[in-house]
Design a protein around this ligand. Sequence first.
Ligand SMILES: [Fe+2]
Ligand SMILES: [Fe+2]
Length: 284
Amino acid sequence: MTKHNKVKDDPAENGHRPLSSEEIGLPAPVTAETVAEGKAQAEAQAERLKGHEVQTLARVESAPRLITIDDLRKDSIVKAFIRRANEQLKLIGYTEHGERHASLVANIAHNILVRLGRPARQADLAAMAGYLHDIGNVVHRENHAQTSALIAFDVLQRLGLDPYETALVMGAIGNHEEERGDPVSEIAAAIIIADKADVHISRVQNPDPTAYDIHDRVNAAATKSFVHVSEDAKRIVIDLTINTQSATIMEYFEIFLSRMVIARKAAQFLNTSFELVINGTRLY
Ligand SMILES: [Fe+2]
Ligand SMILES: [Fe+2]
């Protein structure tokens, strides 16, 4: 008999022995004593739940924790997808669509609704929609609004967001692009305006100015971009400062006219008028 066979045949000789239930992490075997002990524990628990603690549990069930943008910022999948979406867009020559753009659109959309006096929760949902609106670029630029909405569904349901709030966020995200989007809700309207207002030099990712396309040129020329909601909440203004030595106002309009059209539609949905001001002059 070889040594190997000996160990196999008689494991106890080399210190081998079956692990106990406790060592494996399994419950102890059921005996008459453990049954009696379990019964006593269950009765004591039932006694405690008769009073105050039952009411506490009921209250917790009817008031689930509110999910906010802070939950999205901490989520590892969201972080990785937004980061990778931007890396891919950079590779194919697009302007910045990463954490900076996501946060900015979230903040502006939130502020628009707050300034218009809408409920705080509506503004929270707009912030979440703004944060996730471009996440679908991790799949493909084409139809990214719809892909973003579906990824948002997955994330928001996993986090436990209320189903109707999830639906509002998805609809807003899926409608944020001018090609086929519409302001289908006030949340959608807020993220449309916030998204279209983000034209700024910090979005240019192309390190070579001689290789700039028109999008790079217009963004590189935009040294200031601000969204105002008027004091009387009747007007939303996108206020830009453009260095006309880097790009002409015509170039701006060449790529931004369709964006301004949907931004105006969004402002109308919010019952406000819309203005585009470039270098101090009202142009739209
Ligand atoms: Fe987008
Ligand atoms: Fe965007």
